[in-house]
Design a binder for this molecule. Structure first.
Ligand code: AMP
Length: 555
């Protein structure tokens, strides 16, 4: 017997309609590239999103079309979140930190029809545009006075498009399983793969962010959204904030300690989210700047994810600001919220140090996400924190397959997705990520492909075989270590190898060190045994003196 409840589809547009109706004067503040703070409210966001919907239709965007963004966290980017998905098209947020070839690959793979970009990305697009085959138009996210001069086109001005469009628009209703957004992840081997979220998965995920044992987001929060809008839908916060009417503070590109501190204080932010590197920069600023008004910081909780939250950061938040760090684990493929570190009643009377012992774990599965760890043969391991196993996950906001079937069938017969992370789970269900079986390195919240690095390194004269593993690093969480087997009688040294790599890889991929070994461990099928290598180098520590040449990383 079927239930007799209404089949109202869970659509992204319904979140905006709700926010506009019930939290119309709640503020959205953003740092513009031009320097001024822009502020408006959910009423204005709704109005401009409807204008933008008409503008998108005017540009020829149809349901199902992919529309790309190349932009920092700002109010125009937020409008695109709701307008693109709202008309039934697919929001494709591009990570501008990928290098040119990768951006070209994903734009062509996604068949993006229009690209909306911050003017600061015009030089990047200048080089790529001739090879972006399907792109029919480019829109600069600015007003007429700040339009970049470009050779590519057709080029439109965002503010002119929005101003010229009608604000009368009825968000259409359609199947909640329709695709709403697309994020490419480089977290696996080979080319980046597209994770295609649906309206349904997005709305369900937003409920979880608002749940008390989720991130507990509510209308009483003023949220400093540091995690970029181009990284897994900013961990779902734009949708969840609309669902509950939370105030949003969007910091633009300025994510250095001072900018974050000042904006957070000025806007009374009590909640924030970001990768560890951002918080390490934040504390460096706080500790190096005497006389800061620490009492004006209104933070009460902070979500850290994307990489393991360092114990020292959790402790500093507690000590300096009385802030509870919510440590969360997830991935592009899980929307991303999967495990969240909230305390249980039995933890109430623990000492601070004991509480931090719980917080350094990645938290427990939230309702909707099922987890298990398995051994090499696929047998389920007990939740007794004894053994590490491959972490498998399934749930209604976990991917069922990559866009255009890249990677083929990625679920096992029971619907489990292998995360590529290795974990222990304790008897309370707290997950501790202990290792990674996928061969990638995560530095400052961004991926470095060890395989690409190895392929370049073996081209170096004198190198017989090369392996790259991620080593712990105080500032960037992980940095690459290159392990080399020399050809017989070859003399290639560290300086020669690094000089060979220069110019062939992005600067921030440059290994922090090169070490030489007689042989590398292999599996029976000849694959490099990265886990074994990581064990062999467990006691090695990187020379942490190199100043990484990349800009601030933010997750
Ligand atoms: P992405 O798809 O770029 O969001 O990256 C997901 C991956 O980041 C996961 O599979 C983990 O390897 C890593 N990761 C995310 N959150 C954490 C965390 N809290 N602790 C350790 N690793 C994490």
């Amino acid at each position: 017997m079927l239930g007799l409840m209404q089949q109202r589809p869970l659509l992204v547009s319904s979140l905006l309609t709700y926010a506009e109706t019930y939290h119309s004067d709640t503020e959205i503040v953003s740092q513009t590239a031009e320097g001024a703070l822009h502020r408006y409210d959910y009423r204005a966001l709704g109005l401009r999103a409807r204008r933008l919907a008409n503008a998108l239709i005017g540009l020829g965007v149809k349901p199902g079309d992919r529309v790309a963004t190349l932009a920092w966290n700002g109010h125009r980017h937020l409008e695109l979140y709701f307008a693109i998905s709202g008309i039934g098209a697919v929001l494709h947020t591009i990570n501008p930190r990928l290098f040119g070839d990768q951006i070209e690959y994903i734009v062509n793979h996604a068949e993006d029809s229009v690209i909306f970009f911050d003017p600061s990305f015009a030089p990047l697009l200048e080089g790529l545009a001739p090879d972006l085959r399907g792109v029919k138009g480019y829109v600069a996210l600015t007003d007429a006075d700040h339009m970049p001069a470009t050779a590519f086109g057709p080029l439109h001005c965002y503010e002119e498009l929005v101003a010229a469009a009608s604000d009368i628009y009825q968000w259409p209703s359609f199947d909640e399983n329709t695709a709403s957004s697309l994020c490419y992840t480089s977290g696996t081997t080979g080319n980046p793969k597209g994770v295609l979220y649906s309206h349904r998965s997005t709305v369900l995920h937003a409920f979880c962010a608002c749940a008390r044992d989720g991130l507990s987001l509510s209308s009483r929060d003023s949220v400093m959204l540091i995690v970029p809008l181009f990284h897994v839908n900013a961990w779902g916060i734009p949708y969840a904030a609309a669902m509950c009417g939370a105030k949003l503070v969007l910091p633009g590109q300025a994510l250095d300690g001072k900018s974050v501190f000042d904006l957070m204080v000025a806007e009374g932010c009590n909640f924030s989210l970001g990768v560890p590197t951002v918080w390490l920069n934040f504390f460096r600023y706080v500790e190096e700047t005497p006389g800061l008004p620490l009492n004006d910081v209104r933070l009460d909780r902070v979500v850290i994810g994307g990489s393991a939250a360092p114990r020292a950061v959790i402790e500093k938040f507690h000590r300096l600001f009385g802030v509870f760090v919510i440590h969360a684990w997830g991935m592009s493929e899980t929307s991303p919220l999967a495990t969240i570190g909230n305390l249980l009643p039995r933890h109430r009377d623990l000492s601070t140090a004991e509480t931090v012992d719980i917080q350094v774990k990645q938290g427990r599965a939230i309702y909707g996400v099922e987890l298990k760890i398995v051994d090499a043969g696929g047998a389920k391991l007990a939740h007794d924190e004894a053994e590490s196993g491959d972490l498998l996950v399934r749930g209604p906001w976990v991917t069922a397959g990559y866009f255009r079937d890249e990677g083929g069938d990625i679920l096992d017969q029971d619907g489990w997705f292998a995360t590529g992370d290795v974990a222990k789970i304790d008897s309370d269900g707290f997950v501790r990520i202990t290792d990674r079986s996928k061969d990638v390195i995560k530095s400052g919240g961004e991926w470095i492909s060890s395989i690409d690095l190895e392929n370049v390194a073996v081209g170096c004269p004198g190198v017989a075989e090369a392996a790259v593993i991620g080593m712990k690093h105080d500032k960037w969480q992980e940095r690459p270590l290159l392990i080399v087997v020399r050809k017989p009688d070859a003399e290639a040294d560290k300086a020669a190898i690094l000089a060979f790599l220069a110019g062939k890889i992005p600067k921030w991929w440059m290994p922090d060190d090169v070490v030489f070994v007689d042989e590398l461990p292999h599996t029976a099928t000849g694959k490099l045994q990265k886990m074994k290598l990581r064990q062999l180098f467990a006691d090695y520590s990187l020379p942490q003196t190199r100043d990484q040449t990349r800009a601030t990383a933010t997750g």
